[in-house]
Each structure stands twice: as structure tokens, then as C-alpha cells.
Ligand binder design. Structure first.
Ligand SMILES: Nc1ncnc2c1ncn2[C@@H]1O[C@H](COP(=O)(O)OP(=O)(O)O)[C@@H](O)[C@H]1O
Ligand SMILES: [Mg+2]
Length: 359
């Protein structure tokens, strides 16, 4: 499952519009999509034509542990499900103050729906607080919608710095991509902003841009994604292109995710020694200091060996382990990271998650 969060502390830059229309286009293209709204304003429900009265349980109940996420899912149409929010969610930060592991509430809740969806698209509020943090913890990819205004560019640098700090705390890598929204190519300023974005973030921007289109506002007010409201307008083409661009990365992303991070080798002489050889592997920069620690080595970090090419740097270590379940983490340049390719995780009782391998 690809987990994509839409983040920008600036309101009105097109997060919710992109969440709704990207989710709907991916669903149209045959992917099973779950939309999650982490914004207490609850606009995703409005934009999908779901009345506030119909939302008795939502993401608040999930994050506060009262319900499983599966119990709060609304079916919107074929391939598209959603978990909505409402205003009670604004109390979440205060209610959770001081609770260990409060940033991981969404990540942990997602265990219940493993394998049910191809895409998770997460909307976030216009602030970088606990709710956005939960979204980031649960995301492997982040899209930052940027509308071409002077204030947006001012805010973008700060947001990227914040994301880098958060990435240090989040124990998995997050790939970040910028999406230009509300684009009016007739204005010179707009064209300059897009050029500047590509210049400052080479490879970090979507080729697709979302043009200004009043049909998007109308569609939202009618509670419909643009795909159901007007397929002849620019905005439909734009969101369709965006979905296409994301699908084009699918093979690469999924191949990376599917190549196993640990391999259990066949038993060589089971009658004498029931233990099995396990190879752990992690992709990390060539010059990084990469270590592993876990139940099997008394949680004393051990260096990994380099195996790969400079453009695909990988690190590995083998252990001989008796049958059982072992928790572990990687330590990359001093940062503890749970195995990004292993979805089996367990509480580390320090508010974070360990990876788990069963031998
Ligand atoms: N490309 C666009 N063209 C015209 N209006 C847009 C476009 N994208 C978003 N809007 C409108 O701008 C407003 C803010 O968008 P929204 O997606 O709610 O932003 P955010 O979630 O970042 O606060 C909404 O009224 C929405 O309908
Ligand atoms: Mg919004």
C-alpha cells in the first residue's frame, strides 16, 4: 500500500481539493483507495457529498482508541472509501497531551486494514501539530501543494525545514514532492514561480500542474469529485494527469517495497541445528554509518556490510537465529529507524515502533 499525505500549513492551497480528486481519479483507474481526513474542519466529507449527520464515528474515535479504523469506513463509490473527521478532532491534541506514542496513533490503527487498499491518501489541517504529525508518521510519501503566491514561497522553505526535522523524528524515510496548484499560466508571476520551483527542487516537483478552474469550486459545493461533475474541464485533465504520474512511479515504488529486507535461508542441517540464517538488508547512502540492533544481539548496535552500487547503495548483515520472534531496528547515522520494508511492527514501549521478524 502506498501511503501519501498532503501537507501544507497554509490553508487554501488545494490540499483537500487534491485529496478528493486524486483519490477519485486513482479509484477510477482501478486502484483501491482509502481517503483519511485529519482536518477537524471536515471538508473532505463535504466535498464528497457526505452529510455531517451521517458521520457518527470518524477518525477521532480511531485515534483515541475507541474504535478500529475498519468500523469507521464509509464507502463512497467503487474502489473509494473514506474515514472522515469532525470538529471533535480539534480536541485531540489536548486530550493526548503527555500520552506516550501519541504521534503513532494513526500508524498503529492502519494495521487493521493491511492489504485492503492500494493507496491511502491523507488530508491534514493547515498547521503542523499532532494531527499532521500522525499523518506524516503514517505516510511514506508527501505531496506539498503550492499555490503560486509570494506567501506560499515564503512558507515553503519553512515547511521543508520542518519536514526535515520531522523526518529525523519519524523513523522512516519520507519522499517529498511539490505540486503547483491554482496555476494561471497567463500571468508572468505564475510562470516564474513554477520555473523557480523546478530550479530550486530539481526532480522534486510533479510535471503536472493544477490550473485554476472554477468548476472545481462548483464540484465541491455539489459534493462531487470533478470526475463525476465535469470531465470536459481543465481540472479533470489535470487531476487525471497527476494520478497518471503517480501510477507511473508505482512499479518503482512497489518493487522497492516488495524486495524483502530480510531473507530466511533454508535450513542446512535441521536435525543438528534448528537455527536459520537471516539476512537483513537496508538501502542507505553509500557513506552512511549503518548498524542494526535487536533482541538477537542484546540491542548492541553492530555495523552492517556494504553491498550494492553507488547509485543503489545497500547494506546487509547475516545472523543465525533460533526459531522465534525477534524485534529489531536499524541505526542509520545515529537515527533509529524501523525497517521501512517490513510492515510487521511492535511497540518499543518508548513511544516508537520496532520491526519484527519471525524465524
Ligand atoms: N485549482 C483550483 N481552481 C479553483 N479553485 C480551487 C482550486 N483548488 C482549490 N480551489 C478552491 O480553493 C478553496 C481552498 O481549497 P482547499 O482544497 O480547501 O484548500 P486547503 O485544503 O489547502 O485549505 C476551495 O474553495 C477550493 O474549491
Ligand atoms: Mg483542507
Amino acid at each position: 500500500m502506498r501511503r501519501i499525505g498532503l501537507v501544507n500549513q497554509k490553508g487554501g492551497c488545494g490540499k483537500t481539493t487534491t485529496v478528493i480528486n486524486l483519490a477519485a481519479c486513482l479509484a477510477d483507474l482501478g486502484r483501491r483507495v482509502l481517503l483519511i481526513d485529519l482536518d477537524p474542519q471536515g471538508h473532505a466529507a463535504l466535498g464528497l457529498g457526505v452529510d455531517a449527520d451521517e458521520i457518527e464515528e470518524g477518525i477521532y474515535e480511531v485515534l483515541s482508541g475507541e474504535m478500529s479504523i475498519a468500523e469507521t469506513i464509509h464507502t463512497i463509490h467503487d474502489n473509494l472509501d473514506a474515514v472522515f473527521s469532525d470538529v471533535v478532532l480539534s480536541a485531540f491534541e489536548q486530550v493526548m497531551a503527555g500520552t506516550p506514542g501519541r504521534e503513532y496513533k494513526l500508524t498503529k490503527a492502519l494495521v487493521d486494514i493491511q492489504g485492503r487498499y492500494d493507496y491511502l491518501i491523507i488530508d491534514s489541517p493547515p498547521s503542523v501539530g499532532l494531527l499532521t504529525f500522525n499523518g506524516l508518521m503514517a505516510s511514506d510519501e508527501v505531496i506539498i501543494p503550492v499555490d503560486p503566491s509570494y506567501f506560499s514561497l515564503q512558507g515553503l522553505g519553512k515547511l521543508l525545514d520542518t519536514l526535515r526535522i520531522i523526518e529525523e523524528k519519524v523513523d522512516h524515510p519520507i519522499s517529498i514532492k511539490i505540486l503547483a496548484t491554482n496555476v494561471d499560466r497567463r500571468t508572468v508571476f505564475c510562470r516564474q514561480v513554477i520555473e523557480a520551483l523546478h530550479h530550486h527542487f530539481p526532480g522534486g516537483c510533479f510535471q503536472t500542474v493544477i490550473h485554476v478552474c472554477t468548476r472545481l469550486k462548483e464540484a465541491a459545493s455539489q459534493g462531487k469529485p470533478i470526475a463525476q461533475y465535469d470531465r470536459t474541464c481543465n481540472a479533470y485533465g489535470d487531476y487525471r494527469d497527476l494520478a497518471g504520474e503517480i501510477l507511473a512511479q508505482e512499479r518503482e515504488v512497489l518493487q522497492a517495497a516488495e524486495s524483502p529486507s530480510f531473507t530466511l535461508h533454508p535450513e542446512r542441517a535441521p536435525e543438528k541445528e534448528p537455527a536459520r540464517m537471516v539476512t537483513f538488508k537496508i538501502a542507505a547512502p553509500l557513506h552512511a554509518k549503518v548498524q542494526i540492533a535487536g533482541d538477537f544481539n542484546g540491542w548492541k548496535p553492530e555495523g552492517l556490510d556494504f553491498d550494492g552500487s553507488p547509485d543503489q547503495p545497500a547494506w546487509w548483515k547475516q545472523f543465525t537465529l533460533k526459531p522465534g520472534s525477534y524485534q529489531y531496528k536499524f541505526l542509520v547515522d545515529g537515527r533509529w529507524i524501523s525497517d521501512p520494508k517490513n510492515e510487521q511492527r511492535a511497540d518499543d514501549s518508548l513511544g516508537g515502533l520496532n520491526s519484527v521478524v519471525s524465524v
